[in-house]
Write a protein that binds this ligand. Structure first.
Ligand SMILES: Nc1nc2c(ncn2[C@@H]2O[C@H](COP(=O)(O)OP(=O)(O)O)[C@@H](O)[C@H]2O)c(=O)[nH]1
Ligand SMILES: [Mg+2]
Length: 563
């Protein structure tokens, strides 16, 4: 019996190329070097497979109207498989619209067919963006009658994977059943991401997971069920919230994964950042300076903690090379922008591969809509805990100094010696001041330090206790884990917990800075006890420096009217 498979999609998406490679055995590199003539009408061939024949129909994209709107749509009759080929760079809305058209035709004339969506040429996009798009598309198309979505490319790092997808597809054409689930074909990947976040955050609610993983609720539920069944995670109720954490077995397994596979890309999901590093000998301040540049690498603002700081630290560790060949520091944003463009074309998957030996200086890039901000810092600085703060600061700056930024884009006027440059500098100095005190080297953590750490965790827990029940649950778990590690005399584990705790404390350092208890006791003096109690009962109001008193006052005075 013969079967029928159809390639369809807009012109130039790679249909004929895929057909020739996987059904006619042509060479991928040859097809990339020599563009094919556009297909006219349809080209069909017979693919002989054991005792079955598969008719492969390749429909010209220029004539899609004909295939989709006229009587010629009868070509879909009896098709077992329809392969929609779209390019990765196509807007998701456009992809969705095209898929819907095909699904409609399936309903009308080919109810027995299976539709596969191939998002092709993923080599043209950075991995991080491909992943973002994957998640978006999956969420968008979850409910449609698509059998599977594949992300493909015939370029070298993706070729084998793409080939295995075609094996899947051919099995489907010949009725060999394949799993139905692969709209979630990255199930494993998502599982590892979830384990990774649980490892980092200790306890997560489902809302946290939705936010972090950016998946649909159904998929998250599937993953949770799966992991609970496998005894990798457990569930607990706190108040009216359900939270999840790793089981002992889950921890062991995750540590194994972590030690054996590079998980950098998971981190990259969250962070648009590239981290090349430079070696140096001097003791480095936490924050040395930063650049704001446009996407072409033109510098709008360069800020240093003191004049010449960047140059002095970058020069310090640069060997003879740079001395005989002095380099212009202003070139750095240009270099970054070039790297970014380059990486679009050649698919550099992990720019942090720019490691040099003896590192203690780090460059970290934050991407915003039209600008990038590049930081130079001590290598040991963990950005994760302050990332949110940094992004917030710059979003604010972009908003507040909108005029200056627009004028820079139009006229090239930079922000040297302006109010803005002073502001950024002061902020950097303040960051240095507050974080230098707080960051300790976790590698030096032993039993003694960990007991101190236990106390610090306990204090933080006290301060957060009023409103942040999930956070305080995290701390509880951290404390228990720390106790176990101390009992176990497990230094490696202690240091791991110390690192997590430190990140955690830095993230909430505003809370540890203010002595909330003092503040409450001063309120106690000023306001009647009953009012305080009522305040406590209102709950849910974040306690921040200054805010407590303000919120309280507001509340108090509205209440007072009725008293
Ligand atoms: N970058 C990239 N280009 C591809 C890939 N597959 C095909 N192409 C190119 O896309 C262009 C259009 O391909 P073609 O097969 O004629 O598209 P069709 O109109 O859909 O049949 C050709 O220049 C191919 O070399 C891929 O995976 N990556
Ligand atoms: Mg073609």
């Amino acid at each position: 019996m013969s079967k029928k498979a159809i390639f369809i999609g807009p012109p130039g998406t790679g249909k004929t190329t895929l057909r020739k490679i996987f059904f006619e055995g042509e060479s991928a590199s040859k097809l990339l070097d020599y563009a094919l003539e556009p297909t006219f009408g349809e080209e069909s061939l017979i693919f002989d497979l054991f005792n079955e024949k598969i008719g492969i129909f390749d429909l010209a994209g220029q004539e899609n109207e004909r295939w989709l709107e006229s009587d010629d749509k009868s070509i879909f009759t009896d098709a077992s498989v329809v392969l929609i080929v779209m390019e990765i760079n196509t807007l998701v809305d456009e992809i969705e619209a095209f898929v819907k058209k095909i699904v409609q035709i399936q309903d009308e004339i080919a109810p027995k067919s299976n539709i596969f969506l191939l998002i092709h040429k993923i080599d043209l996009m950075q991995l991080i963006d491909v992943n973002a798009k994957k998640r978006k598309l999956r969420a968008l198309l979850e409910e449609t009658a698509l059998k599977k979505i594949y992300f493909t490319s015939i370029k070298s790092p993706f070729f084998t994977q793409t080939f295995s997808y075609f094996i899947d597809i051919i099995k489907q054409i010949t009725d060999k059943t394949i799993s139905n689930k692969v709209i979630e074909s990255d199930f494993l990947n998502e599982i590892i991401r979830l384990l990774y976040y649980l490892h980092q955050e200790i306890v997560l609610s489902k809302e946290d997971m939705l936010l972090k993983l950016n998946l649909t609720e159904t998929v998250i539920d599937n993953i949770i069920d799966y992991l609970i069944n496998k005894n990798q995670i457990k569930m607990k109720y706190i108040g009216n919230k359900t939270v999840f954490s790793l089981t002992e077995e889950g921890k062991t397994n995750f540590n194994f994964i972590k030690d054996h596979f590079p998980l950098d890309n998971i981190y990259k999901f969250e962070n648009d950042t590239i981290i090349p590093e430079f070696p140096t000998k001097k003791e480095i301040p936490l924050f040395i300076g930063c650049f704001i540049a446009d996407k072409n690498g033109k510098t709008f603002l360069r800020t240093e903690i003191y004049n010449g700081a960047l140059e002095s630290f970058l020069r310090e560790e640069s060997s003879d090379d740079l001395e005989s060949n002095p380099f212009d520091i202003e070139l750095i944003p240009m270099f970054i922008s070039a790297l970014e463009k380059f990486s679009q074309e050649v698919n550099i998957q992990n720019l942090s591969g720019f490691d040099l030996k003896g590192i203690n200086l780090k460059m970290k890039i934050f991407n915003f809509d039209s600008f990038t901000v590049t930081f130079f810092t001590r290598a040991s600085l963990n950005f994760k805990s302050i990332e949110y703060k940094i992004k917030k600061f710059f979003l604010n700056i972009f908003h507040k100094y909108k005029k200056e930024f627009i004028s820079f884009q139009n006229t090239g006027h930079t922000a040297k010696d302006t109010d803005l440059s002073q502001k950024v500098k002061q902020w950097l100095l303040k960051l240095n001041e507050s974080y230098t005190k707080k960051i300790k080297n976790v590698e030096s953590y032993g039993i003694e330090q960990s007991q101190e750490l236990y106390k610090e965790l306990d204090e933080l827990q006290n301060k957060l206790d009023l409103t942040f029940s999930i956070l305080s649950e995290k701390i509880k778990t951290l404390k228990i884990n720390l106790t176990k590690a101390i009992l176990d005399n497990n230094l490696e584990h202690i240091q791991q917990i110390a690192q997590i705790s430190q990140d955690f404390m830095l993230r909430y350092y505003e809370y540890t800075d203010v002595n909330i208890n003092e503040e409450i006791s001063s309120i106690n003096k000023k306001y009647p006890k009953k009012a305080i109690e009522a305040y406590r009962n209102t709950g849910g109001i974040p306690i921040r420096k200054g805010k407590l008193t303000k919120t309280f006052k507001k509340w108090y005075f509205t209440q007072n009217k009725h008293l």
